[in-house]
Design a protein around this ligand. Structure first.
Ligand SMILES: NC(=O)c1ccc[n+]([C@@H]2O[C@H](COP(=O)([O-])OP(=O)(O)OC[C@H]3O[C@@H](n4cnc5c(N)ncnc54)[C@H](O)[C@@H]3O)[C@@H](O)[C@H]2O)c1
Length: 432
């Protein structure tokens, strides 16, 4: 019998979501329905994944939850912050992702999830506005977030709390050496309330870590992607993960690009465009917010199609990413990719991908897994950036100078090897 190095998941796990919009409500409703056995948590590797352990004659397949202790869905308590006052039931209806018949069986539990007042700065998401916001200096509001976490934990008798940002994409913030490179510099900027370099998401991350909670960044915000936050994560001994859920178009890109690289097919153009009409789309309609998303969506192709290895094949890729706000489509995003390739003797070819997806349906299991595995990481005593969770992220966090892994199947191998390691088994390079 192998010994896991992860402390058991005893007691309640609090999940505090920043933002109670489409992805959050879809995640909450699906989780509540799954624990009533009224839906299946399809797409959640933490809940339903099966993987190989051992090699040759010793090979066995086990459920992930039988290899490492993962919190039971019945032990989860949800909380949220949002700038709007709608409770989770009203927010789920407004998000218009799920049918009312799939929401009503858990209506009572959803009504009980009332959003806490948000720490919000209009300049970071100019296209939305709501009344449910905290007042005071930036530091006072950040301390109020810490108080929210403590009270939530106490009121709900939680053993542990994980905080996840599933709120709007903030405007692009460039790394600022003075405020972002050291924890002391960050705290000084927070104290003087410098909102040009301290975004709301950074305040939530800071509050979470100071309260001993793992933090997950589901949007492309800079937030924990800076040395100050890495230092804080080590000081507080908490795991951090991000950034940006790898749900639809980028998931496809990180499957296709490795295929071209492996076959040594050249690429000279990759045009990606999307239409979506949800609240996320309204926010991204602002060029400053889109810039944050664009950078996150761009990184995978350049990383996988490595021009340092094959300059003739990949040094001149015209890569363009567009997101268009188109209200009639709601959450049912449509993504198109046009990829211009060349092969033997330079002859051109084109691939077209048309993904008619459901944004929040794809993102919900990623959000749940990120939270469940972050809780595993905390109980395993892991802290700082959790590269093994890159599988879920569009722009995986990494230290300066390190190269992130974008290839979906390499990321999956990393995830499974960490599960093996945490479960007391040997990591391996076997083919499954
Ligand atoms: N759906 C996907 O496939 C996907 C993939 C990757 C990333 N994301 C990101 O996930 C995030 C959530 O997406 P969504 O579709 O649920 O968006 P949404 O607009 O439906 O929900 C976001 C919520 O965040 C709230 N909010 C904004 N600023 C806040 C603050 N400072 N504090 C508290 N709440 C705040 C908004 O009021 C809104 O209700 C977005 O950043 C999106 O880019 C989504």
């Amino acid at each position: 019998m192998n010994e896991t190095m992860v402390r058991p998941a005893t007691g309640k796990l609090g999940i505090m979501c920043v933002g109670l919009g489409a992805v959050t409500t879809t995640t909450i409703v699906g989780t509540l329905m799954a624990r009533k056995q009224l839906a299946k948590p399809i797409g959640s590797f933490a809940c339903d994944g099966i993987m190989r352990l051992g090699k040759g004659r010793d090979k066995v397949y086990k459920e992930v939850k039988d290899i490492i202790p993962i919190a039971e869905l019945s032990d989860i308590v949800f909380g949220a912050w949002d700038i709007y006052e709608d409770d989770a039931y009203e927010a789920a209806l407004k998000a218009d992702v799920l049918k009312q018949r799939d929401i009503d069986p858990v209506a009572d539990e959803l009504h009980a999830i009332k959003p806490l007042k948000a720490l919000y700065e209009k300049e970071y998401a100019t296209n939305i506005d709501g009344p449910n916001i905290k007042s005071g200096t930036l530091l006072e509001r950040t301390n109020a977030l810490r108080e929210d976490i403590r009270r939530f934990k106490e009121d709900n008798h939680c053993d542990r709390v994980v905080v996840i940002w599933i709120a709007s994409t903030e405007k692009y913030v460039a790394r600022n050496a003075e405020a972002h490179d050291t924890l002391a510099g960050f705290e000084a900027a927070l104290e003087r309330g410098d909102t040009t370099v301290i975004a709301p998401s950074m305040c939530y991350a800071y509050a979470a870590m100071r309260e001993g909670c793992p933090f997950v960044m589901g949007a492309p915000n800079l937030c924990v992607d800076m040395p100050a936050m890495w230092q804080l994560a080590e000081e507080c001994q908490v795991p951090i993960t991000g950034k940006d859920f790898k749900s639809g178009q980028t998931m496809m890109k990180t499957v296709l690009a490795p295929a071209f690289f492996t076959r040594q097919l050249g690429v000279n153009g990759w045009f990606s465009t999307n239409i979506l009409g949800n609240r996320d789309g309204i926010v991204l309609d602002n060029p400053e917010n889109f810039e944050t998303k664009r950078r996150s969506k761009m990184s995978a192709v350049e990383n996988i199609l490595d021009a340092d290895v094959y300059p003739d094949l990949y040094s001149d890729i015209y890569h363009k990413v567009r997101i268009n706000y188109y209200p009639p489509r709601g959450d049912e995003k449509e993504a198109w990719d046009n990829i211009d390739l060349f092969g033997w003797m330079g002859y051109p070819m084109t691939i077209k991908v048309n993904f008619l997806c459901r944004d929040s349906i794809l993102a919900a299991p990623l959000a749940l897994d990120l939270v469940l595995f972050s809780d595993v990481a905390l109980r395993a005593g892991l802290s700082g950036i959790q590269e093994w969770l890159s599988f879920y992220c569009k722009a995986p966090m990494h230290k300066d100078g390190d190269k992130p892994v974008h290839d979906l199947f390499k990321q999956f191998a990393m995830l499974k090897n960490k599960v093996r390691e945490l479960g007391g088994y040997e990591a391996d390079q076997e083919l499954d």
